[in-house]
Design a protein around this ligand. Structure first.
Ligand code: SF4
Ligand code: SF4
Length: 139
């Protein structure tokens, strides 16, 4: 996705979350956004390693720290809720999702539609972009 497209999508997601907060708890979508685990900073990974051991986080071969998955969900998901949510170890990526990335400053990016509530926003933006492309005069 190009930068303007991500910006457009980001604006639409911010507006959607402002107009209607996501029903994250309890999530009616079986916490779909936790299906992939999450990316961690080295500092976050170090703290989680210390408190939960190697069964909880790992370093990928492309050098990214991530939470592990079990049964198709992040290991920190317990009874459809994040067991880290109220702790200082709640990962920054999860804190910002689906609005910002781990820095808390940049748009989350193109995968916000892993949340079914946001998927409808992404589809709407895609339809508008397609309509705009078709309406553009050709040379
Ligand atoms: S972001 Fe979406 S999928 Fe994730 S917990 Fe909230 S409503 Fe559920
Ligand atoms: S750390 Fe929590 S919010 Fe983040 S993916 Fe895992 S269970 Fe979901």
């Amino acid at each position: 996705m190009t930068t303007p497209a991500i910006e457009l999508l980001h604006q639409a997601i911010v507006q959607r979350v402002k107009d209607q907060p996501l029903p994250c708890y309890p999530c009616p979508h079986k916490s779909a956004c936790c299906a992939y685990g999450t990316s961690l900073t080295p500092g976050e990974a170090k703290r989680l390693l210390r408190s939960h051991g190697e069964g909880a986080v790992y370093l990928t071969h492309w050098n990214e720290w991530r939470t592990r998955r079990r049964g198709g969900k992040c290991v920190f998901l317990v009874d459809n809720a994040c067991s880290l949510h109220d702790s200082p170890d709640y990962p920054a990526v999860c804190r910002g999702f689906p609005v910002t990335d781990g820095s808390g400053k940049k748009p989350y990016g193109p995968y916000a539609d892993i949340c079914p509530e946001i998927a409808t926003v992404v589809a709407k933006v895609e339809r508008l972009r397609e309509k705009g492309r078709r309406a553009r005069p050709t040379a």
